[in-house]
Design a protein around this ligand. Structure first.
Ligand SMILES: C[S@@+](CC[C@H](N)C(=O)[O-])C[C@H]1O[C@@H](n2cnc3c(N)ncnc32)[C@H](O)[C@@H]1O
Length: 280
């Protein structure tokens, strides 16, 4: 009996410099499929058109950092990454161009009494990342998906029970009218260029051998299905990051749209990719 209990006990390897996880916890998070999970903290974010779910980010922060390490989100929107950092006792730095989203982040942190060690910077990431004084242990972010929110189908969804936004689309909202907004680039190549410039600044701030995760899905550009995740991997490798693998983040409860029906196959994207990179 005592032997069984001992086996059940979590084992922590003293050589582990990456995180505070036991071997079993580590192994579970290396699965290439994650099912996205909602929690009560998510409800404050639904005035933003594309928030992360906090539990997904908590898992990433737990895997790629130890307690008190510093995490950067250069496109932090409603501040989900900062909430995840606060819940996991990490220091968070979040940047967003849109003042309203920065206010939303601060309000979320304040209402949940999680402001300590979390910094919200309002401005253009390309300018603000170089101004950060500290080095970064981990970067997790999701940039605008080119200009898809400006398509007629993008935008806000109906809020149904318990503030969970999984209902029908009720309107179009894009992030801002600012020219520096990655979501306002008419040309896909300009979106990729600005993303690359921002990620070059992240690379400079990141400590050697540390990790960076970008959450993105494939989407249409000029109505053509485009392998955006592949393009992001390519620009990250050009910067000097090593690609360490993609996690498929399953979002199975989104509504289905009959985009091509009844003439052609058009995919409904019900997953995101968490693309993981390492500073070589
Ligand atoms: C996909 S959303 C991020 C959502 C976020 N993960 C959350 O949980 O709320 C992308 C964000 O990038 C911001 N953004 C776009 N261009 C930017 C830039 N040049 N600098 C900083 N933020 C920018 C937008 O305002 C938007 O909030």
């Amino acid at each position: 009996m005592a032997k069984k209990e001992a086996q059940k006990k979590e084992r922590y390897d003293k050589r582990n410099t990456l995180n505070d996880l036991s071997g079993r916890e580590w192994l579970l998070l290396t699965k290439s499929i994650w099912i996205s999970e909602k929690c009560a903290d998510d409800k404050f974010a639904f005035q933003h058109p594309a928030p992360f779910l906090i539990n997904d980010i908590r898992k990433l922060v737990k895997f790629f950092t130890k307690k008190n390490m510093t995490v950067l989100d250069p496109f932090c929107g409603s501040g989900t990454t900062l909430l995840a950092c606060a819940r996991e006792n990490r220091k968070g730095i979040g940047i967003d161009l849109n003042k309203n989203y920065c206010q939303m982040s601060r309000k979320r942190l304040q209402e949940l009494e999680l402001k300590q060690n979390q910094q919200v910077i309002c401005g253009d990431s390309l300018k603000e990342i170089p101004a950060i004084k500290s080095k970064i242990d981990y970067c997790v972010t999701s940039p605008p998906y080119h200009n898809i929110l400006r398509h007629s189908g993008g935008g806000l969804r109906e809020v149904k029970d318990k503030d969970v936004r999984n209902g029908a689309r009720i309107g179009v909202e894009y992030y801002s009218n600012d020219k520096r907004d990655l979501g306002n680039q008419t040309q896909y190549k300009d979106f990729l260029r600005l993303l690359k410039e921002a990620m070059i600044e992240v690379y400079k701030k990141l400590i050697e051998k540390k990790y960076c995760s970008i959450i993105i899905s494939d989407f249409t550009v000029n109505k053509k299905e485009t392998n955006a995740s592949g393009d992001v991997i390519k620009i990250m490798q050009e910067i000097g990051f090593g690609f360490e693998g993609a996690i498929v983040l399953v979002q199975d409860n989104k509504p289905l749209y009959p985009f091509g029906y009844p003439y052609a196959y058009k995919i409904n994207h019900h997953h995101q990719y968490i693309l993981n990179f390492r500073k070589l």
